[in-house]
Design a protein around this ligand. Structure first.
Ligand SMILES: Cc1ncc(COP(=O)(O)O)c(C=O)c1O
Length: 374
């Protein structure tokens, strides 16, 4: 069931005093690193004019990560920057093995980054992972292993395997005692916010009113929060975090006022968001910095994928990739979210930013979703 929780945020000065490390979330250093990679190209920004008319706002911008580094998701930004930082701090002459757990995109990104930087990767995936996503990881030369359980179990398994085998864990979620690597990953994500400074929002004066950010463990949304507080202070846009209603750990935590895991079914096609337990780091930042948390059912994501694909020009978004736009669709069309729509102040002057965080990573399901209904 769709749900929205409005959240009270800190003033920018208080937020930045509480999280002084926000000053390293400008995206400058990560962009400088990413620009050294041969396949680097800023991802495109589209204006979705017909969507804006349909949803009654002035502008909807979509930053499209479907082709990022040829591996179809923004996760490559975080994994490559974390590996680069790790290798800078641990200079090595031989090959090392990096290890991680994933719902698909992060593992593929670690496998890709390890390969291009001359190292090895071992990737653990939950039982539900579709074969196409496992094959995408294997295609990067990584060894993959399926765990008999969910994402949380895959993370525990990767952690234990790293300890037992002397591998180096590159996980995109934080817990007590494990924060450095997820911090580097989050800093790496800031490259694509920084890219927007040349196209959409000059520093200090964002030309958007609302940004919707889809979340699994919440690291990406938290990186955006650090970026927007750091760069735009109290002029930042409103920030809404979007989760699957079947993997709603951040909403559950917001309801309880403390970090907790989702108790929902974990049955969602938004595989990249299917993480029961939020990152500790992400939760702190989201609870102090997000204006709202929204949980949506799969139907909205599938509808957004369909509409993006059948528009001109056609855009390709995976299930999790479409989730931010799907959140806006739900806010604009679901009668039970009308109050949230009003609370966020959405009106014909509003300018909204969403990210397509993933391309077609499960071709069989993509085909099913976008094919005309019989
Ligand atoms: C396509 C896609 N979008 C968004 C996310 C959310 O990122 P996070 O887990 O940092 O919340 C993921 C996570 O894997 C993803 O694969």
């Amino acid at each position: 069931m769709d749900a929205f929780i409005a959240n009270t945020t800190l003033r920018a000065d208080d937020f930045l005093a509480r999280f002084p490390y926000a000053s390293s979330f400008t995206g400058e250093q990560s962009l400088a690193f990413h620009q050294t990679l041969p396949a680097y190209k800023a991802s495109p920004l589209h204006s979705l004019q017909s969507w804006a008319i349909r949803l009654g706002v002035s502008q909807i911008y979509l930053k499209d990560e479907a082709q990022r580094f040829g591996i179809q998701a923004f996760k490559s930004l975080g994994a490559s920057y974390a590996l680069h930082q790790w290798l800078t701090q641990n200079p090595t002459t031989g090959q090392v093995t990096f290890c991680t757990a994933t719902d698909g995109n992060h593992g593929r990104a670690v496998a890709w980054a390890a390969r291009i930087l001359g190292h090895r990767a071992v990737v653990f995936v939950p039982q539900q992972t579709v074969q196409a996503r496992i094959d995408n990881i294997a295609a990067q030369g990584a060894k993959e292993s399926v765990v008999a359980g969910d994402y949380d179990l895959a993370v525990q398994t990767a952690q234990q395997a790293a300890q037992t085998n002397g591998w180096h864990l590159i996980q995109d979620t934080a817990w007590e005692g494990y924060a450095q690597i997820p911090t580097w990953i989050m800093q790496g994500y800031c490259t694509h916010f920084k890219e927007l400074e040349n196209t959409l929002h000059p520093v200090g004066k964002p030309t958007i009113d609302l940004v919707l950010l889809q979340a699994g463990v919440g690291s990406w949304a938290a990186a955006a929060i650090l970026y927007y507080f750091q760069r735009y202070g109290d002029n930042r846009p409103k920030i809404v975090v979007v989760q699957s209603s079947e993997a709603d750990g951040l909403l559950a935590s917001a309801k309880q006022g403390q970090l907790t895991s989702s108790t929902q079914s974990g049955q969602t096609q938004m595989a990249g968001l299917n993480c029961p337990t939020p990152s500790t780091l992400a939760w702190e930042l989201i609870s102090d910095g997000a204006d709202g948390l929204l949980a949506i059912s799969d139907d909205w994501a599938l509808e957004a994928m369909r509409q993006l694909y059948h528009q001109t020009p056609s855009l390709v978004a995976g299930e999790s990739g479409a989730a931010g736009l799907a959140g806006l669709l739900a806010l604009s069309q679901a009668p039970h979210l009308a109050e949230a729509h009003q609370w966020l102040g959405l009106n014909p002057q509003s300018r909204v930013l969403v990210f397509n965080t993933e391309g077609n990573t499960d071709p069989a399901n993509f085909e099913r979703v976008v094919s005309p209904k019989p």
